[in-house]
Design a protein around this ligand. Structure first.
Ligand code: PLP
Length: 395
């Protein structure tokens, strides 16, 4: 099996699993209990918080709140901040956010908020000037992702944070860093970012654990009310094994960052070059340098993405298409649409996402097999004339 869908989820690192096991087996006490038996789980939470603090470059471990996932982190940030600031009714985000942010914004829009959705160019880069022009004194919140899950394009969140604070210091700025964590360095204390969310299963921890960084002076309300856990900001008995896991995964991701930046980038570039060289109907949906190391989005013109995925799957290769299957109809990706990816490639776009566990032989195999798959699929495409023109044009 060749797993190239690491932006969907990642495999659990063995060392992360080892870290979790004691809290699933013998050390199962509720960390809030008073007896000695609870000391180990309580210490595990403290340690994990310090590790996530260091991973995100936060000044204080008290600025880190554990959540159940990236979606919860985004919901807590957006709803929590807006609940604390009900006079300002204008909010800004981008057209290419993950649904965790977009659908939360849509809910506020339905409830009377004015929303500006900022666009991207054909390479998936954010229109910063548009964002700057939309910022107002009554803007309560701006949300911009650190890196896009479909294209890997990195957004200049530090520059945006500086701009927001220079023009409208009370506007809060949330960054969904789910696809940046573990792929590029994050150092919140050097920035003016107010809140930042991550998700463990994107960097080799299990599914079901996330974290939210909140700057100390930022007020927000909890999404889940109840007990005193997470300093009263996220109730529910702590999920100790998963919290220990995200701490360990954060530590390991930090250690592996230089490998990620150098080697994973090299493998990703090799994959892109190999496919573009050997497959005449392939185009890079974005080739900007400022991308996370692991992500490649390639459009295969005049063929169906789902068919490509099935053929890849038959060979044991896991990747994903830009399309989301909504109620039986195949909707092209909102991200690729916002980029204006031509219709000819929109339905045949595939995201390959690597990890530190991707082997050179995995990449070689995909490069070797892709021309055969495309030969088959272009031969059954209804667009034979267009394909012929393309074949001649691209040689
Ligand atoms: N934000 C981004 C950019 C993502 O890619 C994802 C998951 O794919 C999420 C948020 C949601 O994370 P989770 O699955 O942990 O809720």
């Amino acid at each position: 099996m060749i797993y190239l869908d690491n932006n969907a989820t990642t495999k659990i690192d063995e060392r992360v699993l080892e870290e979790m096991l004691p809290y699933l087996k013998e050390d199962y006490a509720n960390p809030s209990s008073m007896y000695d038996f609870a000391k180990k789980p309580a210490a595990a939470i403290r340690e994990a918080r310090v590790k996530v603090r260091d991973f995100l470059g936060a000044a204080n471990e008290k600025d880190i709140y554990f959540t159940s996932c990236g979606s919860e982190s985004a919901n807590t940030a957006i709803k929590g901040v807006l609940n604390c600031n009900r006079e300002k009714r204008h909010i800004i985000t981008t057209k290419v956010e993950h649904p965790a942010v977009l659908n939360t914004y849509k809910e506020f829009e339905k409830n009377g908020y004015e929303v500006d959705y900022i666009g991207v160019n054909s390479q998936g880069e954010l229109d910063i000037e548009e964002l700057k022009s939309k910022l107002r004194k009554d803007t309560a919140l701006v949300s911009v992702m650190y890196a896009n899950n479909e294209t890997g394009v990195i957004y200049p969140v530090e520059e945006i944070a500086e701009y927001i604070k220079s023009k409208s210091p009370d506007t809060r700025f949330f960054v969904d860093a789910v696809q940046a964590a573990g792929k590029i360095p994050i150092n919140v204390k050097e920035t003016k970012i107010d809140l930042l969310g991550i998700s463990g299963h994107k960097f080799h921890a299990p599914k079901g654990i996330g974290a939210l960084y909140v700057k100390p002076d930022v007020r927000f309300t909890p999404l889940i009310n109840g007990g005193h856990q997470e300093r009263g900001m996220r109730a529910g008995t702590e999920n100790v094994p998963y919290i220990a896991a995200i701490g360990k995964a954060a530590e390991l991701a930090q250690e592996a960052l230089s490998y990620e930046l150098k080697e994973v980038t090299r493998l990703r570039d090799k994959l892109e070059e190999g496919i573009l060289k050997n497959v005449f109907n392939a185009r890079l949906n974005t080739g900007v340098k400022n991308r996370v190391p692991n992500t490649s989005n390639i459009g295969f013109e005049y063929v169906e993405g789902e068919l490509i995925l099935l053929h890849l799957s038959d060979l044991g290769i896991c990747a994903s298409s830009g399309s989301a299957c909504t109620s039986g109809s195949l909707e092209p990706s909102h991200v690729l649409r916002a980029m204006g990816v031509p219709f000819t490639a929109l339905h045949g776009s595939i995201r390959f996402s690597l990890s530190r566990f991707t082997k050179e032989s995995d990449i070689d195999f995909v490069i070797e097999k892709m021309p055969d798959i495309m030969k088959k699929l272009t031969s059954i495409s209804p667009f034979q004339e267009e394909l012929e023109v393309l074949r001649k044009r691209r040689g």
